[in-house]
Ligand binder design. Structure first.
Ligand code: NAD
Ligand code: UDP
Length: 331
């Protein structure tokens, strides 16, 4: 008998920045979507436009506790991604990565669902290999202020591969590089949202260190396309697969670009470089190109223009003309 029911797809962290974009795409293609989120760094506002969609259900739940539901696929995104948020409660961050992954893998094992982990380029730490290929094992401080996130995600990857080897769980591991776009929180603390909010409100742009450290920024629509393509692969594809935009920029270049697009002459203010801040980061996306036929299509200027337009509208709508972007602790 042909099963005509929509696919039942869970998105943990579905009220967050990337999760909410993913949820919208899944609803558009007809899936039945269950958002599982404790709203630590995500908001219901991110899903306001689809709130009444008949195929969406939103569950307030902390993934560090078990959950019993029936599913076909799980996108496991739950975890704060901004240093400001993940360092505010580092023990909970590690619990979310480890206990949260065990619970979601247990759910996948019981239901037979496919499960995709939103891992991170942070597993490469401060990389000694550049650009970063999936074979590289990384250079990570196990006891620093970023470790709850970096080591948490590394442990999550270990759990995914052990469930795959031990229980034949169908896993997919995506290593996501810095992603940006509309629906980042204004108080998120990540560099793109900080610079945009600062430029729009006429405050100095807070560049940590001398600003020569690099990142590669992927627009969220491209990233979501990569996640869906990865989930849709056959059982033999487990990853890890880098998903990111190989365009590499220094933080000073990013600041200059944001100021130019906003048309602001706000100054740059240098603040201390946070501990263990990676000096450079760029994905080698050969594996994603070959396995998924995927590569980013939105370049930085276009993506920044769209993101700046989003923040401009939101800041004005909320009267946040003097909003202070959060800055991260330096040690
Ligand atoms: P985000 O902080 O906007 O979203 C994370 C979501 O997870 C939030 O809605 C939050 O409330 C929820 N959450 C956190 N802890 C939870 C818990 N214990 N139980 C249930 N929900 C919980 O971050 P994002 O940028 O959307 O990132 C999503 C995922 O992608 C994260 O796993 C992150 O590590 C990964 N990632 C993101 C980036 C990036 O640049 N945005 C880069 C690499 C990896
Ligand atoms: N950064 C900065 N000013 C800010 C916020 C961040 O110069 O207001 C720098 C930060 O030190 C890092 C880069 O921007 O080198 C990216 O930081 P983000 O927190 O966005 O992501 P991650 O460090 O996790 O890649």
């Amino acid at each position: 008998m042909i099963d005509l029911r929509p696919k039942r797809v869970a998105v943990t962290g579905g009220a967050g920045f990337i999760g909410s974009h993913l949820v919208r795409r899944l609803l558009e293609r007809g899936d039945d979507v269950l958002v599982i989120d404790n709203f630590y760094s995500g908001t219901r506002d991110n899903l306001a436009d689809v709130r009444d969609h008949p195929h969406l259900e939103v569950l307030r739940h902390d993934v560090t506790f078990p959950l019993y539901v029936e599913l076909d696929e799980i996108y496991h995104l739950a975890c704060p991604a901004s240093p400001v948020f993940y360092q505010a409660d580092p023990v909970q961050t590690t619990k979310t990565c480890v206990h949260g992954s065990i619970n979601m893998l247990g759910l996948a094992k019981r239901t037979g669902a496919k499960i995709l982990l939103a891992s991170t380029s942070e597993v490469y730490g401060d990389p000694a290999v550049h650009p970063q290929q999936e074979e590289y094992w990384g250079n990570v401080n196990p006891i620093g202020i970023r470790s709850c996130y970096d080591e948490g995600k590394r442990a999550a990857e270990t759990l995914f591969f052990d469930y795959h080897r031990q229980h034949r769980t169908r896993i997919k591991v995506a290593r996501i590089f810095n992603t940006y776009g509309p629906q980042m929180l204004a108080n998120d603390g990540r560099v793109v949202s900080n610079f945009i909010v600062q430029a729009l409100t006429g405050q100095p742009l807070t560049v940590y260190g001398d600003g020569s450290q690099t990142r590669s920024f992927c627009y969220v629509d491209d990233l979501v396309e990569g996640l869906i393509r990865l989930m849709d692969t056959g059982e033999e594809v487990t990853g890890p697969i880098n998903l990111g935009n190989p365009g590499e920029f220094t933080m000073l270049e990013l600041a200059t670009e944001v100021l130019r697009i906003v048309g602001s002459d706000a100054p740059v203010e240098h603040l201390p470089l946070p501990q263990d801040d990676p000096t450079r980061r760029r994905p080698d996306i050969t594996r994603a190109q070959e396995t998924l036929g995927w590569e980013p299509t939105v370049q930085l200027v276009e993506g920044l223009e769209r993101t700046i337009a989003y923040f401009a509208e939101r800041l004005v709508a909320r009267g946040l003309t003097a909003f202070a972007a959060p800055v991260v602790a330096s040690s």
